[in-house]
Design a protein around this ligand. Sequence first.
Ligand code: CS2
Length: 489
Amino acid sequence: MSRLSITTLAQLPADITPPAYDRAAVTCGVVHIGIGAFHRAHQAVVFDDALNAGDLRWGVIAASLRSPGVRDQMQPQDGLYTMLVRDGATERARLIGAVRHVIVAPEEPQALLAALASPDTHIVTLTITEKGYKLDPATGMLNESDPQLAADLISLDSPQTAPGYLVAALALRRAAGLAPFTAISCDNLPHNGARLRNAVLELARRHDAGLADWIAEHGAFPETMVDRIVPATTPEDIAMQTERLGVEDRAMVKTEPFLQWVIEDRFCNLRPDFGAGVQLTAAVAPWEEAKLRLLNGAHSGIAYLGGLAGIDHVHEVLALPEARHFVERLWDEAETTLSPPAELDVAAYRRELMARFDNPTLRHRTRQIAMDGSQKLPQRLLAPIAARLEAGQGIDALSLAVAAWIRWQAGRDDEGDTYKVDDPLAALLAGALESARTPSDRVAAILSFDAVVPPELAEDAQLNASLTHWLTMIETRGAKGALMAFVSR
Ligand code: CS2
């Protein structure tokens, strides 16, 4: 079976629209760090829209900071891939041509530095996941015990981390008399722009205070809220798409129709005339907070409770009436902690979210969302818990979600099936829980785990009691039993 590529384009079925622009004439105004499925279904599509609209400066050079997997999928396809948009009964496929080149940073660090330092580059986007910022999740300070960050603190000749690449490249741009690029964090972190800025400035200052001052004065790190559900592509998806296309597309992505990108209007260099799905605004935080606490908070609760119940996909968890009830109550709790933007109708947003979660053809795996819980919990569940406690309000649903995450650390679901806890802090968490014998011991161990739990929650008696109650329930009755108990509380 031949691969999707420029030479096989003519064989594609007529309903797959090819890029409307001349790819050979495209220059790359964007460098993306952390190319995974999310980038290919989100920012790359936005830049492809700009190219389709006729502005040919917005091609993307993408980089992977770890493995060659995506490069090996994309390079033989000349960077082309299809995006399959699935919504229940309907399915559309679009060919995306924005990604022109993929660099595997550990193999060619200088190539990535050259791309970042190029005068053509105006924007750098990043999807490096929460842990890629090398910041302590609880304090937001540089995590100096991270070995890659420690290496970048010593030398930036061949950077190892995303902040390291940005600092080294900004030094090159400064030396060449170029403006900095606008660096846009596209990860689900609160104040992602400020976090990226902190990581970059702190690291820069450790090498060259003048450079740090220059970045602080001339650089820009807009806050953003990114939203699109992009489940990992499976071998079955690729097989189905190959049948449909008549050529094999190993870089395909599958996603939902919804796409939203709210960007703080703070650019220090050129930007495209953004089209559908993108909103520029002065204040991103209210959008970010609503999305993190409603969409992502519910996602994490669904992932741990559903995962423990042995349920593979989000829509299957929500087929249980008790799970829907739990999600609605979690949203009731989270909602009171928000100051939503005036344009956001929260009731309508909640209905739309439920419909997105119900999408039966996306097949979003609970285990995919369960990954990296230690990096996700603070902003998704612990922050609204802290706000509710401060206001003297109840935290039942939020605590049930956190208790499920504690239970998840056991690496064994309610049916006895084992799984690997995929989390950068998995070993430390396992160590902290090792000598805990009872649910109450386990809750105490987690509450004093300060890399995840902020100090104001560590000593809270109401949180302690609520977590102990729900953890006991999950351990004795399983996640489904705990959800039933939650309904009839
Ligand atoms: C999910 C997100 O895996 C996860 O943690 O909650 O990736 C979620 O699908 C996106 O943020 C949706 O925009």
